[in-house]
Design a binder for this molecule. Structure first.
Ligand code: Q0Z
Length: 298
């Protein structure tokens, strides 16, 4: 078991599968993205070098590009903006405003895959929205859908209808979350398409600060989204994801269960996966990751 690192002057608050949160003070948190990776819901023993930096760099890229649409939680990411005890984590750490988190995942889908495809196949709807008959797995939807989900503490999130969300949050807040989710998806998908990447679906997390809706957490990263290389998309089956498919294919070829522990990864799989993450950042941001890292270390 490798726990979250001890950071001087910061209190460890919680850890997800591959990320850690520290409390800085009453108003601010530090989010740290590690290089750990999960596949088939199991965290692997081998980290992917640079993965945490790519997730942080992509989130920073998108938060800057969407700040005109919605305020976000990011306070600082360059070394000089981080608390002294966290400066050595520059590149994988974000100082953020602590929010009252909204207890729903705000998902937008442009293509029919994953749990959306499952629900459609079972009853012709996605999150209660009736869709035309005869759609195939991975088909492009007539228009992007807002398909919220509950945040499961353990296990998987559960799709819910927009009206279920509005019973909990009210119509006004729910409508704002839907509009923001769909506009963020449209912007992300349009930009990604211009770089040869399809954004199949993505999940946003929002919070409230003094009554205002604020975009939080990871934004339009391969962990919060399905990215497909545009050339690999073909309706009828779900295309491989841009980043993790290499690891998944290798694990599957080993005949792994998938119960822990996972097999150790060969160096070619580690390096091939690291290269795909880096490529995802460089294609989307149009900037070398090393250049962004140099800025982060200032
Ligand atoms: C994000 C998560 C992580 C485990 C809470 N700005 C914020 N204010 C309050 N809470 C959060 C945020 Cl981003 C918050 N998560 C998700 C992140 C490790 C879980 F790094 N949980």
């Amino acid at each position: 078991m490798t726990g979250a690192p001890v950071l001087e002057g910061l209190e460890h608050r919680l850890s997800g599968k591959v990320r850690d949160i520290y409390q800085v003070d009453a108003e601010r948190l530090l989010l740290v993205a590690t290089d750990r990776i999960s596949a088939f819901d199991v965290v692997l023993d081998d980290p992917i070098p640079g993965r945490g930096e790519v997730l942080t760099a992509l989130t920073q890229f998108w938060l800057e590009r969407t700040a005109d649409l919605v305020p976000n939680h990011l306070v600082g990411w360059r070394a000089g903006e981080l608390p002294p005890g966290a400066r050595r984590l520059a590149g994988r750490a974000m100082l953020v405003r602590r929010l009252e988190m909204i207890p729903f995942e705000c998902v937008a889908r442009g293509y029919l895959v994953g749990s959306g495809w499952k629900e459609y196949r079972a009853g012709g709807t996605v999150c209660g929205i009736r869709l035309p008959a005869g759609l195939r797995e991975a088909d492009r939807l007539p228009e992007p859908l807002f398909t919220p989900a509950t945040k499961a503490v353990t296990g998987h999130d559960e799709n819910v209808s927009e009206s279920y969300v509005s019973e909990h949050l009210g119509q006004r807040l729910t409508g704002r979350l839907r509009d923001l989710t769909l506009e963020l998806y449209r912007r992300g998908a349009e930009h990604a398409a211009s770089r040869g990447i399809l954004l199949a679906d993505t999940k946003f997390e929002f919070g409230l600060a003094t009554g205002e809706v604020v975009l939080a957490d990871e934004v339009l990263t391969p962990d919060s989204s399905r990215f497909w290389p545009a050339g690999a998309w073909q309706p009828g089956s779900s295309p491989p994801s841009f980043d993790k498919q290499f690891v998944r294919d290798w694990l599957q070829a080993q005949g792994w269960d998938p119960a822990p522990p996972a097999p150790r990864l060969p160096v070619e799989v580690i390096e091939g996966t690291a290269a795909r993450y880096r490529e995802a950042y460089e294609r989307l941001a149009g900037r070398a990751l090393d250049d962004w890292l140099a800025e982060a270390r200032q």
